[in-house]
Design a binder for this molecule. Structure first.
Ligand code: CU
Length: 448
């Protein structure tokens, strides 16, 4: 018998690669030609990466694109060097070269990965995929489905992705909205179900700017996790579920439609609800209706402690079309809004445009920070913090669910708090990617 020690160690083998490259996919109805996208392993969404909690993810990003790229592992409380932010945690990977991502997954839940170099273009072209981290003891369901919702801007004349990534209207208004909404890359996503089936739907908003308002028909559901993190109790889904760019929601859903009927995940549009995912119901249910689901097992480090004497960092979002910003600092120099517009920059945090040499704040490891976020703009913004999850401190003092991305509507002030327990340099930015490119990006440092 061969001794185990004679075998090559698994960790020495070359990691499995994840290739960023162009591919042609049929996003649109077949009356249009296939669309060239930028995908992982020739697909968009990229392959579903599914691992267990506390496992190690190892992937070699191989860049077969014509421009540099990186991968950000959205929502993972990751080691800083693996966070995939060019110029902050690594150098962008040039065409033809590779980078080995290797990190532990501390939290179960629904996450995603996407390009973080020129992301307003690279994500819009398709560079994203689902990252699922399974609990040691997962709830019993008949189907566990990750559904990536995306929004593409297709030129109807060619069926190809519109390449107006520097569109000034997108940069200064609500961001890049598309004209083709997909689920897992299909405009007509469908999955056959049986009566009484129980599903776990892992919804991921991969769009550049679109805010989804989702509802169920022929299905009864509960929200059990947001941005990967379990809720203390499942929340019945009785009103629209709002999913901002980069946000995720895990639902447990039971089929209530009868055989021969169609159940739907639907989204609200201006002129009514439209189908987002279709579930034809057929056959005989093998099971009776189940009881309401139990909560998911909690992840570690979900408490935000030390609020009473936490440092509070003022945080004001300004700028954009129809805003009040007169001037802001760009490249160390105070500039008029008109000059900022000339530079394609429209937004500021605390009067400063874009990422600078100095962080917004330097926190001591383990320090609790509070950030009251003031949205003094005419648009909603989905603020994403890297490397940490936070909780909202509501006006009545109670704490909201643990999230990594918070939607802040125009005119709102929403306070978040978190324990800065992950050392490194972490981006804090709007996930409307045109906004991030046009000024809404800053960062903070957590000392070792
Ligand atoms: Cu924004």
């Amino acid at each position: 018998m061969l001794a185990a020690s004679a075998l090559p160690r698994a960790s020495r083998a070359a990691p499995v690669s994840l290739e960023a490259r162009t591919a042609r996919v049929q996003l649109t109805p077949e009356t249009y030609p296939a669309t060239e996208v930028w995908g992982y392993d020739g697909r968009s969404p990229g392959p579903e990466l599914r691992l267990r909690q506390d496992e190690r993810l190892q992937r070699r990003l191989v860049n077969r694109l014509a421009q540099p790229t990186t991968i950000h592992w959205h929502g993972i409380r990751i080691a800083n060097a693996m966070d995939g932010v060019p110029g902050l945690t690594q150098q962008a990977v040039p065409p033809g070269q590779s980078f080995d991502y290797d990190f532990v997954l501390p939290d179960a839940g629904t996450y995603w990965y996407h390009a973080h170099q020129a992301s307003a273009e690279q994500v819009a072209r398709g560079l994203s995929g689902p990252l699922i981290v399974e609990e040691a003891e997962a709830p019993e369901v008949d189907h566990d489905l990750a559904l990536m919702l995306d929004d593409w801007r297709i030129d109807p004349a060619t069926g190809q992705i519109a390449d107006d990534f520097g569109n000034l209207h997108d940069l200064s208004h609500a961001g890049r909205y598309g004209n083709l909404v997909t689920t897992n890359g299909a405009f007509d996503f469908a999955r056959d179900l049986r009566p009484n089936d129980r599903l776990r739907l892992r919804l991921i908003n991969a769009a550049n700017a679109r805010i989804f308002e989702l509802g169920l028909s022929g299905l009864e559901g509960w929200v059990v996790a947001l941005d990967g993190m379990p809720l203390p109790a499942p929340r019945p889904l009785t009103e629209a579920l709002v999913l901002a760019p980069a946000q995720r929601a895990d639902l447990i859903v039971d089929v209530t439609a009868k055989a021969g009927e169609t159940a739907w995940l639907a989204r609200a549009e201006r002129d009514g609800a439209v189908g987002q995912a279709r579930f034809p119901v057929a056959g005989t249910g093998t099971k009776p209706r189940r009881d309401a689901p139990a909560p998911l097992p909690p992840n570690p480090r979900m408490e935000v402690t030390g609020l009473a004497d936490a440092r509070s960092i003022s945080f004001r979002m300004e700028g954009g079309a129809m805003g009040r910003m007169q001037a802001a600092v760009l490249d160390g120099k105070r500039q008029s809004f008109r000059d900022l517009m000339q530079a394609g920059q429209f937004w500021a945090f605390n009067g400063v445009v874009g990422r600078t040499e100095t962080p917004l704040v330097t926190a001591a490891r383990g320090e609790t920070l509070r950030l009251p976020i003031v949205n003094d703009t005419a648009f909603p913004h989905a603020m994403h913090l890297h490397g940490h999850h936070f909780r909202e401190v509501r006006s009545d003092g109670t704490l909201g669910p643990m999230r990594d991305t918070l939607l802040v509507m125009s005119g709102e002030t929403r306070e978040i708090a978190f324990v800065a327990d992950n050392p490194g340099d972490w981006l804090f930015h709007c996930h409307m990617l045109s906004h991030a490119a046009a000024g809404m990006t800053t960062w903070l440092r957590v000392t070792a």
